[in-house]
Design a protein around this ligand. Sequence first.
Ligand SMILES: *[C@@H]1O[C@H](CO)[C@@H](O)[C@H](O)[C@H]1NC(C)=O
Ligand SMILES: *[C@@H]1O[C@H](CO)[C@@H](O)[C@H](O)[C@H]1NC(C)=O
Ligand SMILES: *[C@@H]1O[C@H](CO)[C@@H](O)[C@H](O)[C@H]1NC(C)=O
Ligand SMILES: *[C@@H]1O[C@H](CO)[C@@H](O)[C@H](O)[C@H]1NC(C)=O
Ligand SMILES: *[C@@H]1O[C@H](CO)[C@@H](O)[C@H](O)[C@H]1NC(C)=O
Ligand SMILES: *[C@@H]1O[C@H](CO)[C@@H](O)[C@H](O)[C@H]1NC(C)=O
Ligand SMILES: [Cu+2]
Length: 601
Amino acid sequence: MFLYAVYFLALINIQSIVAQKTHYASQSNLNVRYYEFNITQKSINPDCSDHVSPVFLINGQMPGPTINAVQGDVVRVLIRNQLAPMPRQGDHRHNVAIHFHGIRQYGTVHSDGVPYLTQMPTQPGEEYVHEFRIVNQAGTYFYHAHIGMQEETVFGAIIVYESKLADPENNKESSSLLKAGPYAYHGERTILLSEWWHRPHMEFEKFLMGSKFNFIPEADSILINGHTLHDSIKATVAQCGGYELVPVKPNRTYRFRVIGATAFRTLGFAIARHNLTIIEVDGELTKPYTVNQLEVAPGQRFSVLLHTDQALDDYSIQVVRRWSDNVARPTNGLAILQYAQPSGRANESESRGIVRLKKPAVLEPPLIKAQFEKPEDEVPYWRWSNIEPLYGVDPVVYKPATRTIKLRSVDQRMPDNTTRWLVNGIAFSEEHSKDSPILHEIKSNRRQKPGFYDTITKNGYDRNLGTYPINHFDIVDIVIQTTHKPGEPCRSHPWHTHGHSHWEIAHGKGEYVHERDGEIQNVKNPIQKDITMIYPSIDPDLFENNGTRREAPVGCGWSKIRLIADNPGVWAVHCHNTAHMLMGMMVALEEAPELIPRYSN
Ligand SMILES: *[C@@H]1O[C@H](CO)[C@@H](O)[C@H](O)[C@H]1NC(C)=O
Ligand SMILES: *[C@@H]1O[C@H](CO)[C@@H](O)[C@H](O)[C@H]1NC(C)=O
Ligand SMILES: *[C@@H]1O[C@H](CO)[C@@H](O)[C@H](O)[C@H]1NC(C)=O
Ligand SMILES: *[C@@H]1O[C@H](CO)[C@@H](O)[C@H](O)[C@H]1NC(C)=O
Ligand SMILES: *[C@@H]1O[C@H](CO)[C@@H](O)[C@H](O)[C@H]1NC(C)=O
Ligand SMILES: *[C@@H]1O[C@H](CO)[C@@H](O)[C@H](O)[C@H]1NC(C)=O
Ligand SMILES: [Cu+2]
């Protein structure tokens, strides 16, 4: 009864508990950024189509408001679930939880926003406060819902400036350049890529999880900052406002932040007649590396420098599908880079993080279209081996690992005809924690210690806890293994680590065999990122017509990522293809639970 009371208190009074525990708001030397997110339901038609669908929005917007901070600041976000209560008890579809993607949450795992791991989902009428300090990291991040397919419309940018020199707010009176590391630029623009399906998201979830599921349908539109035209011939501007217009001035340098807020598809991204010089990936500054197109997987972010050195004109900002078998590569995702007449020195609207964008008067102005690489240029590992950290590689990359965890994913038709992705034989489910989040169990001393029942498998999975326990300061290598049944397609999977960035230190074709491949370290200067694409890479030796193995799934590519267990907490590690995640492609790391502060102290 007493424990129940503690738990009850934790849910109702989480706001005051957070304030007590972190004391950020009372530390006067810290700059606190306050945000209020009201979640409501509204019908929208972002691509001027026949389809109008009720969705969840933050403060009535899509994308949601941008969170801006300077490294070292505290961010406090009050989430208010203002959705209507569901009439039927036990129907959780109006519950929400929001994750701050790429933010490490040092000491604030309760703000990570993963339902049943770090908090209960927030029910209609309830509130939840996320408060975290942004320590030792800066760059481009985003937030998104972490329940069902809600992230289709519940997402927005998080921009963390490397210092005040990079913050346009701080610089608006002067004409000086913005600066991040050695890079200098006149202004910045943010581009959020997302998908829009012409079906209600709850019905979509039901389809993905149900027995009728066959494959994940392509989105009907790819949105750029929440806009595009589904069919540019039939649409009228009055329906949705037309394409996103991104104004720039000639002869300037801009930092474009490109955010893969897609739930499914990896995209190629290009701007007609402009090269893109990569300077940041997932919050780490890189050596400059120039490309004419980006590969943007779900959850991935880039900063690129773009020079407006072309003639005064309109240029297309375009996306194509990548890693899509049997699906056309072109998409309807389009926005317009519009050179404006020069008007002297930079001013406020010039350098601000996101400018208030006007919509063009015409639907499809004459545009200079982007050229994309040919599909055959779509190769595993893209340009990743050429993109290097600006400030050198952390030496821990060259140390031996404390432990190696192999996560082997297999998709399977279940006896009830649903499809699930099993990781080491288990589809992640909330069964272990649906009544009380794992973090609350730990904080109230009600959870067993890892290994208590001697139930740890050779892969490090604790069958009793349903998590992978790791020790403080372990150097953890995680081998992410994809598989397919010979003859069936091998798919790409963008895996994401919560609470940590990681280094991809090795990758290979087919199946990882530790005895044979354990020493491979074939990524020379890995950057620290929080998404690693596991590319399909088939080993011909394991290929079809190998009579003995015909039915069993075989390895079709793996990557080994390394992280340091320097952040006690309960952290999700999962495929950022949301459908795959919902179908079970996720695990939880239970990191140094003994060091997580308890409620009572
Ligand atoms: C959120 O809703 C509350 C309560 O209705 C209201 O007072 C507040 O102004 C709203 N905030 C925003 C940002 O819309
Ligand atoms: C850019 O600057 C160059 C050299 O200063 C000048 O010749 C050119 O006309 C400028 N381009 C535009 C579009 O203003
Ligand atoms: C882009 O870079 C390539 C290779 O460096 C170069 O040949 C090309 O001229 C550049 N294009 C533009 C528009 O700057
Ligand atoms: C600031 O820039 C905007 C957009 O380019 C322009 O319309 C405006 O006149 C400028 N204001 C000043 C004070 O220079
Ligand atoms: C599964 O699908 C098969 C073939 O479509 C059907 O015959 C069977 O009844 C289904 N089983 C269940 C449990 O739905
Ligand atoms: C079948 O697969 C095994 C490894 O799994 C390999 O050693 C063998 O050479 C393969 N046989 C053929 C005929 O490809
Ligand atoms: Cu996946």
